[in-house]
Design a protein around this ligand. Sequence first.
Ligand SMILES: *Cc1c(COP(=O)(O)O)cnc(C)c1O
Length: 370
Amino acid sequence: MSERPGPIVFGRPLMPRQQDLEQLLGPVFGSAQLTNGGALHDRLEAALRQDLGGHVSLVSSGTMALMLALRLGNLARGGEVITPPLSFAASVQAIDWCGFRPVFADVEPAFGTLCPLAVETAITPRSVAILAVHFQGIACDVAALEDIARRHGLWLVFDAAQAPDIELSGRNICLSGDASALSLHATKLLSTAEGGAVVLREAGLAPKLAQLRNFGLDGGQMTGPGINAKMSDLHAAFGLAVLPRVAQERAARRQLRRWYDAGFAGMPGASVLPPRPGSSESHLYYTLVMPSEQRDATIASLQADDILPRAPFPLLCGPGTMFEGAVVHSSRARAVAQTLAGHYLSLPLYGAMGRAGVDRVVKAVRRVLG
Ligand SMILES: *Cc1c(COP(=O)(O)O)cnc(C)c1O
């Protein structure tokens, strides 16, 4: 009797070695400093600054990072924020929670990220900001969006939660726009279980950010807006313990991508979502693009083999959502996001699945697509 192999889940959190975490936590027990900028918090912040080359401020979640990055712009409340309909719920919820109005602009057919032409079409006198998303680890057209933001005086925030270590033109993608938001959630490669970071190219606005994440306090005086968005030392300890494992996990995932590429070579009816030229490949997503009937059949085939692909991302403004409404299209293209939402299929991508896992996924996909 052959043994049935275990399930392949979509993603698995990268775990630290238990002894590394315990060692880091030792001094916390001694000092009993749990939060408010403890030693481990500061160490993790410094390590990420070193890695990314910008000014990093740790916060309690990626969603909070988005909210603070928006509030950092000092924008008129009630103003419109232009954003893509293809993303995780957090990006539009952050806009709404800050008191802005989301305006959905369509995405580019080849990359699934916010379309600069559609953004220009969506701009009104009420526009205050653009919140673009490096969706599924694909870099936005950063240069075009920066140009639009500059010409129209709009604040530009990038949601980099799904693109934690993408390089664009030789530098980390988080050094784009006015601010970028990172997630350190368990599902996002480097994790603090729950957590996030705001990344700025320069430190100029860092004091304002420090105030925003700490109740609006500046030297004990409540002189501006703020909330509690601090990351605790317990979460930072987890991040510091995971950090040494990230490089190896990235390398493993790059190898998985090559095995997937080889397995799907010459497969009719589907293509791999490519990185934007000039940018690196995603370590979070390996996404196939195929017609929706085939996609649904492929999902069923994977599930029959105990393989769980990423549940598709529905449109953020689709029927039944709280933001149900129109998408502004570029004059050339029509309803791109809606089409792509039905075409994307993201496959499992984590080191522990190994070659055998990739082979199993490829076989189940090829059963449908040939
Ligand atoms: C995960 C994610 C977030 C939110 O991150 P949290 O840390 O879970 O709050 C925001 N935007 C996108 C696109 C995401 O995938």
